[in-house]
Design a protein around this ligand. Structure first.
Ligand code: C2E
Ligand code: CA
Ligand code: CA
Ligand code: CA
Length: 277
């Protein structure tokens, strides 16, 4: 049994070494991905219940030369652990704001772009100044930009987060709580924080087929309403979910039912089909 234990141990370490070698390789490639222009932003439309476009969410894609499109679920954690998320996140902000400026100049009316912020990025001391600078350079009103933060990012250091969120909010930038209901769920922070939108997590939208799912979404919407937040449901895939969300007075929706995240050229075609341009 002892020998067996030892060989199991050897097996695991070999596997771990292999995994970490693969990770290191991917991390090195990610480090160069920015320079090699392999990162790209996709945009997913967000609509109100009348089907009008209210904004788009910017979602990162890595066009890897051998692996093809790598999902952010795979490389964002790697980028966070290695700190690469800071330069990558800055690039995302620049790119999204630059895109908004271009659309504006071409008369394409995309009301706002939502950008995801990770914890490390949020804690950069220069973040607020950088955001203000980017908006200023693009001559865009701050309301064109919304920053999405998860509950865990906010609650990691609530006092610090509150100060930062107030400074961002004073600029006029919108703030959304992403994946709402999946984190620590301290409802107490909600009434103190300058939040504009709550994003109802996809897991609750999927559960709308069951009574409990309905009860949870109803509770989230009513909480949001009483605190003055707009609600947006993410991951809406079926008309049954949409109808249920309408009955529950959810304000906005985002999901494959309307559109997938798309490269700029596809998004522009979508906007044309939906008479946005
Ligand atoms: P998220 O912010 O919760 O983004 C929503 C995810 O749900 C996206 O996955 C989107 O493609 C997907 N989605 C949208 N509608 C539907 C639907 O109807 N059904 C299903 N099944 N999925 C839907 P994606 O693009 O793979 O991104 C995954 C996560 O990676 C994001 O989750 C976000 O946490 C992170 N991420 C993406 N881009 C960035 C970024 O620029 N910066 C940071 N820090 N994180 C990012
Ligand atoms: Ca998001
Ligand atoms: Ca989300
Ligand atoms: Ca998520």
């Amino acid at each position: 049994a002892k020998a067996e234990g030892r060989s199991t141990f050897r097996f695991f370490t070999a596997q771990m070494q292999q995994r970490s070698a693969a990770r290191l390789k991917l991390e090195a490639e990610l480090r160069r991905a920015l320079d090699k222009r392999e990162l790209q932003l996709y945009y997913q439309p967000q609509c109100n219940m009348q089907g009008q476009l209210v904004g788009v969410e910017a979602l990162l894609r890595w066009m890897h030369p051998e692996l093809g499109v790598v999902s952010p679920a795979e490389f964002i954690p790697l980028a966070e652990e290695s700190g690469l998320i800071v330069p990558i996140g800055m690039w995302v902000l620049q790119e999204a704001i630059g895109q908004m400026r271009e659309w504006r100049e071409r008369g394409i009316r995309v009301p706002a772009v939502a950008v995801n912020l990770s914890a490390l990025q949020f804690r950069q001391p220069q973040l607020v100044e950088q955001v203000a600078q980017l908006l200023h350079e693009a001559a865009l009103p701050a309301g064109c930009l919304e920053l999405e933060l998860t509950e865990s990012v906010v609650l990691e250091d609530p006092d610090d987060a509150l100060g930062l969120m107030e400074r961002l909010h004073n600029l006029g930038v919108g703030l959304a709580i992403d994946d709402f209901g999946t984190g620590y769920s301290s409802l107490n922070y909600l009434r103190r924080f300058p939040v504009d939108r709550l994003k109802i997590d996809r897991s609750f939208v999927q559960d709308l087929e069951q009574g409990r799912g309905i009860a949870i979404v109803r509770a989230i919407v009513s909480l949001a309403r009483s605190l003055g937040f707009v609600t947006i449901a993410e991951g809406v895939e079926t008309t049954a979910q949409l109808e249920q969300l309408r009955r529950l007075h959810c304000d906005q929706v985002q999901g494959f039912l309307f559109a997938r995240p798309m490269a700029v050229i596809q998004l522009e075609a979508w906007l044309q089909r939906h008479h946005v341009v």
